[in-house]
Write a protein that binds this ligand. Structure first.
Ligand SMILES: [Fe+2]
Length: 382
């Protein structure tokens, strides 16, 4: 730590965590005289029994529920505008986001838009738009249903342009949920391949955050414990899930999202272009790339890798054994070893490298990454 540098450390909001936590939602709303929530989710979750039960519990408690679920798999601006129209036409007083990263991003963006009606992308943080987030926002509550993005504890929403697919980041401390109900029972039904991919996304968040170059010892501590929990739970959660492994994965995914306020790194910049170019699942893209990206990061950061290896309880405490661990873990949970196995073709490697070097994540990588480095990493992973 450099004691001459003044840094910002933000710890997130109240989290009610544990099996059955979501049952507290009706009482929470009633105690705050919130009786008309707009519930935002995605079309798949809207059909699931646990979602219908949440709505039924709210209605039984005398709460008027309007559900908005007309959303895309990767959130776009028009999803946010449509949701805001529902808010306008149905006299709502609060927003409850229920789902994975996409649904929660849309819910958070609607929360912003309710009292910020300029063009949505005027508020894009990458062009300094957060300074325009000056009005109040309605009470916002998040309920995660996957263990990956940790979006429930975040303060930003990634929303793409409908036509260009360019991703924009809406960010403001005001967009943090006022409470999170994190209930592992909602994640019990996730199929193995989604559990594996989202779990590897959470591991990537913790590992990249720990390595990210900005100083933040609080986040470093959270990231190490997040990795420890995942090392002890992910395989079980994929192959033979129980409440304990699901709980640990849900906790570790929130820890990853808290930790990555420090920044991410080369692996996320390798992964993002796969999603924009080939619609690859974000977690899967990270999972395949993480052993290669971590291999790139070892030289010069041997001490940090030693601490990761120690946390993962590896027999040899060095970077090479961390990389081998990642290959082995991927194999055990059914993640392919090569990009060619997930639809990438050789002619994609150059366009992918162009997109990766323009990505927002790698400037926080512990060491600089050039376009040529990205091209070599994609070649290795291919
Ligand atoms: Fe991620």
């Amino acid at each position: 730590m450099n004691s001459q540098q003044i840094i910002t450390l933000t710890i997130p909001t109240t989290i009610r965590f544990g099996c059955g936590a979501v049952k507290e939602l009706p009482d929470y709303l009633n105690k705050r005289s919130l009786s008309r929530p707009l519930v935002v989710t995605d079309p798949t979750i809207a059909q699931l029994p646990f979602f219908k039960e949440i709505v039924a519990d709210l209605e039984r408690a005398g709460i008027s529920v309007v559900v908005f679920s007309d959303t895309h798999k990767n959130p776009v601006k028009s999803d946010v505008y449509k949701g805001t129209e529902v808010w306008d036409s149905t006299d709502r007083d609060s927003i409850v986001g229920i789902g994975g990263g996409a649904a929660l991003d849309i819910a958070r963006a609607i929360t912003l838009r309710v009292h910020h009606r300029e063009d949505l992308f005027k508020y894009d943080d990458l062009i300094g738009g957060d300074v325009y987030v000056t009005n109040e926002v309605p009470p916002f509550i998040t309920i995660p249903t996957t263990s990956g993005t940790g979006s429930e504890v975040g303060r930003s929403a990634i929303i793409a342009d409908d036509e260009t697919h360019q991703k924009r980041i809406l960010f403001s401390p005001k967009l943090m949920a006022q409470i999170v109900f994190a209930d592992p029972l909602l994640t019990m039904g996730l199929p193995p391949h989604i559990t594996a991919a989202t779990g590897m996304d959470a591991l990537t968040h913790n590992m990249e955050a720990f390595l990210a170059k900005n100083p933040n010892p609080i986040c470093d501590g959270i990231a190490l414990e997040g990795m420890y929990l995942i090392a002890h739970s992910l395989e079980k959660a994929v192959l033979d899930p129980d409440e304990n492994s699901r709980s640990n994965m849900l906790m570790a995914s929130m820890m990853g999202a808290i930790a990555f306020q420090k920044g991410l790194g080369v692996v996320h910049s390798l992964a993002h272009p796969l999603s924009s170019l080939l619609d690859t699942h974000h977690g899967l893209a990270n999972a395949v790339n993480i052993p290669y990206g971590m291999g790139f990061n070892i030289a010069g950061f041997e001490d940090k890798f030693k601490r990761i290896a120690h946390t993962l309880e590896l027999p040899k405490e060095n970077g090479e054994s961390v990389v081998q661990y990642l290959f082995d873990l991927n194999a055990r949970i059914g993640i392919p070893r090569k990009l060619r196995e997930i639809g990438v073709k050789e002619e994609h490697l150059d366009p992918l490298a162009d997109l990766a070097v323009a990505d927002f994540a790698h400037p926080n990588n512990p060491k600089p990454v050039s376009r040529n480095d990205f091209r070599i990493l994609y070649e290795q992973a291919y």
